[in-house]
Design a protein around this ligand. Structure first.
Ligand code: AMP
Length: 285
């Protein structure tokens, strides 16, 4: 694996490589790698000549400074993991390398409705930060295919919009969420939970499964209330949202016609750790 710390060096290397043909896959991460990240890398490795992974904890996407300060960093372990899974290139930039002009006064992206709901409304500025870093990373790497996880459902929609806004010929591949045996979605933030808390945290998955199994056409309020109750009873101190939404637009659905594809999305705090998860409701497909 080749490690690049400077954007210009990586860009130059990839430009030379692209002249000999082949395809380039890109897996952006914030590190503290787990099997979910690795599944994206493996998907890329299977079909691309070169796979680039980036590790960068992007300060501009954290609306909560405490969350940024506590974000897990396991760099040595990550390097070993990437070597073992056969990643070709790691991009490990500094904040200055990503934001040479500083982190203020950056471009604002027109994300429309997407930015006003769910993560957008509970984490003001978060998606602007996501676009700022992804815009820069994609300009540097310009992959043929970008690999993202469904775990961050709304983020996938935002990045799809970013690619469209720029008119880039980048294909987006969204992979299924990898889970622990309990159903808990793998996440770097899980490292901040104890074993007992992880058991409790799996209730989000159970609530999503409940929705997937039970939802019938008609009013959604009772289903939502029951899912919220399950999460609260498991010991979560705060629920930001349980949303049953149109899978294509994320518009909340209050009365389901039995046809519109649905996704259920949850964000909730367990012992100060904010966890998100979602499930496309397959009964509705
Ligand atoms: P992060 O390091 O959390 O920014 O995540 C980097 C990429 O990995 C994003 O595209 C995530 O959606 C994806 N990802 C995170 N958790 C999982 C998971 N449990 N399964 C699959 N992909 C994931």
């Amino acid at each position: 694996m080749i490690l690049f710390k400077r954007a210009a060096d990586l860009n130059k290397y990839l430009t030379i490589k692209s002249k000999s043909g082949g395809s380039l896959g890109f897996v952006p991460t914030m590190g503290a790698l787990h099997a979910g990240h690795i599944s994206l890398l493996e998907k890329s490795k299977k079909v691309n000549t070169l796979t680039v992974c980036s590790i960068f904890v992007n300060p501009t996407q954290f609306n909560d400074p405490q969350d940024f300060a506590k974000y897990p960093v396991t760099l040595e372990k990550d390097l070993l993991t990437l070597e073992l899974c056969g990643c070709d290139i790691l991009f490990l930039p500094s904040v200055e390398e990503i934001y040479p002009q500083g982190t203020t006064g950056l471009r604002i992206f027109d994300l429309g409705y997407l930015e006003t709901i769910l993560e957008g409304s509970y984490r003001p500025g978060h998606f602007q930060g996501v676009c700022q870093v992804m815009n820069r990373l994609l300009e540097i790497v310009m992959p043929d295919t970008l690999y993202l996880g469904q775990k961050d459902y709304q983020q996938c929609m935002v990045i799809k919009r970013l690619i469209a806004l720029n008119g880039w010929p980048i294909q987006l591949t969204v992979s299924a969420t990898l889970r622990e045996n309990t159903g808990l979605a793998m996440s770097s933030r899980n490292m901040r939970l104890t074993v007992i808390e992880k058991e409790k945290a799996a209730t989000i998955y159970k609530a999503l499964l409940y929705l997937n199994q039970q939802i019938k056409p008609g009013g959604m309020v009772a289903y939502k209330t029951k899912a919220e109750q399950m999460i609260t009873e498991a010991g979560f101190e705060k629920i930001d949202y349980v949303s049953i939404a149109d899978a294509d637009t994320l518009q909340p659905i209050t009365n389901w016609n039995g046809q519109t594809p649905l996704v259920a999305l949850v964000a909730a705090f367990l012992n100060g750790v904010r966890l998100i998860d979602n499930m496309q409701l397959i009964n509705t497909l």
